[in-house]
Design a protein around this ligand. Sequence first.
Ligand SMILES: NC(=O)c1ccc[n+]([C@@H]2O[C@H](COP(=O)([O-])OP(=O)(O)OC[C@H]3O[C@@H](n4cnc5c(N)ncnc54)[C@H](O)[C@@H]3O)[C@@H](O)[C@H]2O)c1
Length: 252
Amino acid sequence: MIKILLSGASGNMGKAVTRAVAQNPDATICAGFDIRTEPTAEFPIYDDLCSVTEPVDVIIDFSHPSMLDRILDYAVSKKIPAVICTTGLSAEQVSRIQYEAKNIPIFFSANMSLGVNLLIDLVARASKILEDTFDIEIIEKHHNQKLDAPSGTALAIANAISDTVSYEAEYTYDRHSVRKKRDKREIGIHAVRGGTIVGEHEVLFAGTDEVISLKHTATSKEVFAVGALKASFFLKEQKPGLYAMKDLIAAQ
Ligand SMILES: NC(=O)c1ccc[n+]([C@@H]2O[C@H](COP(=O)([O-])OP(=O)(O)OC[C@H]3O[C@@H](n4cnc5c(N)ncnc54)[C@H](O)[C@@H]3O)[C@@H](O)[C@H]2O)c1
């Protein structure tokens, strides 16, 4: 039985993780952490990590970037593995995750769905073949409550392309601000926000007289919750280090 401390327990993803754990007899949420301490029947939710007295095997975090330091302080001081799923982190915060991964196992992925991670792999392969003659643009769509833009996943896709192509890629977020033709090295990244769209990522390879499109659509948040739970089981068995979805897929 794995005992989970759920950070962001009162949020949408916190609730999705609670539902996923309820379906899994080998997992339980022993406590939650959130600034909104809505009571649940299943476990207590604290607004201060010092109040957590329950034994914890792993932390799952779907909350807010402003919570990251507190979560890492707690995880490192107690030597508890952490699955960090919150997006919109600064470069300094990502550096701290990399640093703390020397002390504890940390799983960090902007997108916990298996399908998106396959999309990233396919996009990298396509970029290698198409880079000379195709323009690459990324379009992501999310619900109107999402705080960060572009999505962490769109940036992960852009980074995978940038790592693959032979030229120095430039990310273009805002075509509105500059009036000039598209440069070959650009990767356009576009964020659409509206309604209840769970998450859509499309990569366009636009060539002469032909367009290839690779697209992933998430129709419910449960895919991310199930992925985070799988990552928890995986991470509990690991030595200190930084892990990502590709490690989980390789271990299957
Ligand atoms: N990695 C992935 O696969 C993945 C998938 C979905 C969402 N996310 C990310 O997870 C995060 C949460 O998403 P959500 O849809 O559940 O958002 P949400 O707004 O519904 O929930 C966030 C929760 O965090 C709490 N919170 C916010 N600021 C806080 C603070 N300063 N201190 C303590 N608690 C605070 C809120 O009270 C809320 O309950 C976002 O960053 C989102 O982008 C990641």
